[in-house]
Every structure is written in structure tokens, then in C-alpha cells.
Design a protein around this ligand. Structure first.
Ligand SMILES: Nc1ncnc2c1ncn2[C@@H]1O[C@H](COP(=O)(O)OP(=O)(O)OP(=O)(O)O)[C@@H](O)[C@H]1O
Ligand SMILES: [Mg+2]
Length: 211
């Protein structure tokens, strides 16, 4: 299954959520995961190379790929139907090379924040995605939600985004998230993301009904 983690908004949490989800899927659910790093800054693959030096065994592979390599990669990836391919997208949409990625996606996870600029980018991303790939399932994860802030737009934003797909439970803004790496979810972060990923897994990713 090809899963994109994307949003046009920079800093929404795409790379962080990609790693947290990859860690969850391999460590908790024992699934086969490959992460494709299409973020131009290549942050995940750099982290992966560093982590590889430190760890003995890699529970999943992080492959750095240019957008133009995607069609070839797809041919290979399609051969394992149970594998979960997580694609970390860059925070910009102005590249035609993204079209085959959007078309191949079976599920798109879109992290976003409750601020005005994030909303516009999130809607733009959703409109483009749905235009290119109308049947693709899209879901939203509010991220970096601060406990002591009242977001005036929250209800409206959720209502607007719900037209494209469900809005899952929010992930709070916590400094520990910045220590997330390949193969390592900071302990304090784990219980915070677990309910969100459990819901996501149950609804979209599980292999058998009683899993
Ligand atoms: N829930 C959170 N709480 C606190 N910090 C977070 C949270 N989620 C992400 N961050 C931090 O926010 C910053 C941006 O996150 P990240 O790099 O994952 O975003 P991105 O969408 O991949 O950005 P880009 O568009 O630049 O690729 C990072 O420093 C990350 O550690
Ligand atoms: Mg990123």
C-alpha cells in the first residue's frame, strides 16, 4: 500500500509523523515498512544513515528518491502487496514529478496546524490531490496543538476539511517530538501518538478483521 504523508505547508510535521508512523507500524504492528524520502532536504535519509551506524539491525529501510525515479520505484514496490510504503513529501507542490506520486497513492495523511496560513495550504493541497487522484482516501491529523491555546477557527477548519476526508484526533505540541528519529520514538511521545495511530491502523491498514 502506498501512503503519502503530505501537505503544501512547510513544517506541518510531515517528516516527523512519517518516522513516528514507521516506528509504530514496525514495532507495534510488526508490519513491513519502507520509507521513501522525497523531501528535498533529505532529512529522513540523513537521519537513517546516522542511526544505521548506531543500531545493529534496521527494522525498516529509508530510501532517498528523486521524484523522477518514482515510476520505476513503483514497479518494484507493487510486487509486495502487504508492505506499507510511506512517502515523505516535500512542502511544495510546484513540480510535475509529483503527479505520478499522487496518482499512485492509496492513502494520504495530511498533518496540519490550526492557523490561517496552514489552512490555506492544506486546502490547496487537498484540492490538487483530489483533482489528480479523485478516489484517493485523504485524512487529516491536526498537529502541534497547544494545550493552553484556544483556536477560534478550529470548528470551522474541521468542518471545511471534513469535506475532503476525516479529521483525526489532534497531536499536541510537545518538545519531545523533536527527538524523534528513525527507529526511535521518544518514550514520552509514544502514548500521545498511539491512540491516533491505533485509530488510523484499525480503519485503513489492518490485514485481518481481528488484528
Ligand atoms: N507535535 C509536535 N510537537 C512539537 N514539535 C513538533 C511536533 N511535530 C513536529 N514538530 C517539530 O516541528 C518541526 C517541523 O516538523 P517536520 O520537519 O516534521 O515538518 P515537515 O512538514 O516535514 O517540514 P518540511 O515541509 O520542511 O519538510 C520539527 O522541528 C519537528 O521536530
Ligand atoms: Mg519534511
Amino acid at each position: 500500500m502506498i501512503i503519502i504523508i503530505g501537505n503544501q505547508k512547510g513544517g506541518a510535521g510531515k517528516s516527523t509523523l512519517t518516522l513516528l508512523l514507521a516506528n509504530y507500524l514496525t514495532l507495534v504492528k510488526k508490519r513491513t515498512v519502507t520509507v521513501i524520502d522525497m523531501d528535498y532536504q533529505e532529512s529522513l535519509s540523513q537521519k537513517f544513515e546516522k542511526a544505521k551506524v548506531l543500531e545493529n539491525e534496521e527494522p525498516y529501510e529509508v530510501v532517498k528518491a528523486a521524484l523522477e525515479d518514482f515510476p520505476d520505484l513503483l514497479e518494484v514496490m507493487k510486487t509486495d502487496s502487504q508492505a506499507l510504503i510511506l512517502i515523505d513529501l516535500p512542502g511544495k507542490l510546484d513540480d510535475d514529478g509529483l503527479l505520478p506520486v499522487f496518482k499512485a497513492a492509496e492513502l494520504v495523511i495530511c498533518p496540519f496546524a490550526y492557523d490561517e496560513f496552514s489552512f490555506e495550504s492544506t486546502v490547496l493541497f487537498s484540492v490538487v490531490l483530489k483533482k489528480v487522484s479523485p478516489d484517493c482516501r485523504l485524512l487529516f491529523i491536526p498537529n502541534r496543538v497547544k494545550a493552553n491555546v484556544k483556536y477560534d477557527t478550529q470548528v470551522d477548519v474541521n468542518e471545511q476539511l471534513s469535506k475532503f476526508g476525516p479529521v483525526l484526533q489532534a497531536i499536541p505540541d510537545r518538545i519531545d517530538f523533536q527527538r524523534t528519529s528513525t527507529f526511535q520514538t521518544p518514550l514520552a511521545v509514544f502514548p500521545v501518538v498511539r491512540p491516533v495511530f491505533d485509530a488510523l491502523y484499525k480503519q485503513y491498514l489492518k490485514l485481518t478483521p481481528d488484528e
